[in-house]
Design a protein around this ligand. Structure first.
Ligand SMILES: [Zn+2]
Length: 238
């Protein structure tokens, strides 16, 4: 039985997505699994791989969500006890690439959806190579290069990427916002909204760049057929 009500980990990565280092207190340690009172490490989820880095000098190999808790997997296991003050450092190059890839994926999804009406059936955002799956039967090479060209036009506009919170019912009333909202537990009353200029607005828990210009150049890396109406598009940023 818990002796006290544990406060959920404060998501510093929501307050400031450019926070590279932070101090926190340990809430619980269980072998190599550490829960902090606050963290800048973005956990795996929503198609994004997790951040990596160090915590009090120990390697953070992965960060996962368990319910609403954020669990840091560290190596070697942490010897320090509860309430100890620790310093966390993100692998920033990796994280920045994840942010650039993630904002690109939103723009790509909006462009393909706008051109074809296709829905997104899955995505995987990694630092080196990312992919978005679309519910489409036809995806020829020429079309893909025109979609990527359109994405780069949007990127070059230097659109501001805003994040804010909205009541669940209000967000669900807008059909464009609901893609991820349905995956969120009904207990979540306020949804976090990510808005990229006038191009894409949706409920989203992941990390993004502040301005589309930071993405640089989006490059298509080919496609794959994944079932009858499922097309997978690979891309990267440089
Ligand atoms: Zn997203």
């Amino acid at each position: 039985m818990r002796g006290k009500l544990l406060r959920l980990t404060e998501k510093l990565y929501w307050r400031d997505m450019y926070l590279k280092e932070f101090d926190a207190r340990i809430e619980t340690v269980n072998g190599n699994r550490v829960i902090l009172d606050q963290t800048a490490f973005n956990p795996r989820g929503g198609g994004l791989v997790s951040d990596t880095g160090t915590l009090a000098g120990a390697r953070v190999s992965e960060v996962v969500k368990e319910g609403e808790e954020v669990v840091h997997v560290v190596n070697p296991p942490m010897g320090t006890g509860t309430r100890a003050l620790v310093h966390g450092v993100l692998d920033w190059d990796r994280r920045l690439r994840i942010m650039r890839m993630h904002t690109s994926a939103h723009i790509l999804s909006a462009v393909v959806n706008g051109e074809t009406g296709a829905l997104i059936t899955g995505n995987q955002i990694s630092p080196d190579k990312s992919r978005v799956d679309f519910n489409l039967d036809n995806f020829d090479k020429q079309k893909i290069s025109s979609y990527i060209g359109r994405v780069n036009e949007v990127v070059a506009k230097g659109l501001e990427v805003k994040t804010y919170f909205m009541k669940r019912e209000e967000a669900l009333a807008n059909p464009g916002f609901v893609k991820l909202a349905n995956a969120m537990p009904p207990s979540v009353e306020m949804l976090r909204i990510v808005q990229i200029g006038d191009v894409d607005t949706q409920a989203d828990g992941g990390v993004h760049v502040k301005n589309t210009r930071e993405i640089g150049n989006v490059i298509g890396l080919g496609t794959e057929n994944k079932g009858k109406n499922n097309r997978r598009l690979y891309f990267t940023v440089e």
